[in-house]
Design a protein around this ligand. Structure first.
Ligand code: NAP
Length: 332
């Protein structure tokens, strides 16, 4: 799936909703926060199981796939599908199952008492259970060219986009496990992978470093930063600067993979849900958070897989766990 700024598509298609939400209704069995693959899948399973379910989607529904072009690795689409189109299909399927979807941003939550409260700027919603599916966003380098060439060479996911870059020279930026894993994966397709890291040693685990160092397709550029991305219709060059010496050089490359970490969208939950030191939700058991009745699904807790299909799988798991929780709890 190629990253691109195609978010408008999903908003343009919102009017196709088969069911308009009842604006006065604020009490639900299950409130799902977030409308990426995990949120929609949780909605499908929850509504199908007979629960009155609300998804609060945020202002730009669809999650990270709204910023992609072609998705080749989501099963069920022989010829692939555009990311925004996949998310429109998921949304329509979720609505057909009976889930209410409101495109509003959650500004606060109160998980201290049951029923749980989920607040937008204008409304207070209640849920007997909550599924947090707010996802994560890849960190950006902050270069102008990053936006210009998003989906035209610049990517944030090697697993998704690597096969589009056969027989090309590529850059991976970063020095952690993700960068090394992505660089190693990309050597399946690329002629050379330039690993650009801002320091002279890697943060990645020793075993992954050793593997990368032995791979003669990976070339290391230490103490270096990408300072410019150039091209015409697609990116063609990246300008590197040695941070210590100030020396600049230009590499002719077809793609640039940014692998400098992700930021889970968990600010809202900071003082109520247990988070690890990078802000990811800590799961106590399967999809359960530290608060009984509050569950989490997808990239908001998963730093390892980060795929649409795994996020959807976690959404399914959370909905099944919620069903068990509501069935077992005396409230039902
Ligand atoms: P990470 O460990 O936080 O590493 C991020 C890397 O990007 C660091 O090398 C950092 O440089 C660099 N960086 C950060 N901001 C930058 C910027 N603005 N410009 C240039 N470089 C920048 O993130 P990650 O690699 O995504 O890994 C996240 C977590 O997932 C880690 O705990 C990792 O172990 C785990 N993970 C595990 C596996 C695996 O076991 N197979 C695979 C992937 C990820 P500095 O080193 O200078 O800080």
């Amino acid at each position: 799936m190629m990253s691109a700024n195609t978010g408008a598509t999903i908003l343009e298609n919102k009017d196709e909703s088969p069911k308009m939400p009842d604006k006065k209704k604020t009490k639900f069995d299950i409130v799902i926060i977030g409308a990426g693959p995990s949120g929609y899948t949780a909605g499908i399973y929850s509504s199908r199981a007979g629960y009155d379910t609300l998804i609060l989607s945020g202002i730009l529904p669809g999650g990270q796939l709204v910023n992609t072009t072609e998705v080749e690795n989501y099963p069920g689409f022989e010829k692939g599908i555009m990311g925004p189109d996949l998310m429109i299909e998921m949304r329509k399927q979720t609505q057909r199952m009976g889930t209410t979807i409101i495109d509003d941003e959650v500004v606060d939550v109160d998980f201290r008492h049951k029923p749980f409260k989920v607040l937008t700027a204008s409304e207070e919603y209640e849920g007997r259970a909550v599924i947090i599916a707010t996802g994560a966003n890849p960190r950006k380098l902050g270069l102008a060219g990053e936006q210009t060439f998003a989906g035209k060479g610049v990517s944030y996911c090697a697993t998704c986009d690597g096969p589009f870059f056969r027989n090309q020279e590529l850059i991976v930026v970063g020095g952690g496990d993700s960068a090394i894993e992505e660089a190693t994966f990309l050597t399946k397709f690329a002629t050379t992978v330039h690993l650009v890291h801002r320091r002279e040693s890697l943060r990645a685990s020793k075993i992954m470093q050793d593997r990368a160092e032995k791979n003669n397709k990976i070339k290391f550029h230490w103490n270096s930063a990408v300072i410019d991305i150039k091209g015409d219709q697609k990116m063609q060059q990246a300008v590197l600067k040695n941070i210590k010496t100030g020396e600049e050089k230009t590499l002719n490359v077809g793609g640039l993979f940014v692998a400098i970490g992700h930021e889970p969208n968990t600010k809202l939950f900071k003082n109520q849900i247990d988070l690890d030191n990078e802000g990811y939700i800590i799961l106590k058991n399967k999809t359960h958070t530290n608060i009984e009745g509050v569950f989490a699904a997808g990239d908001v807790h998963d730093r390892n897989y980060r795929q649409a299909i795994t996020a959807a799988g976690f959404g399914c798991m959370a909905a099944i766990d919620v069903d068990k929780y509501l069935t077992d709890s005396s409230e039902k």
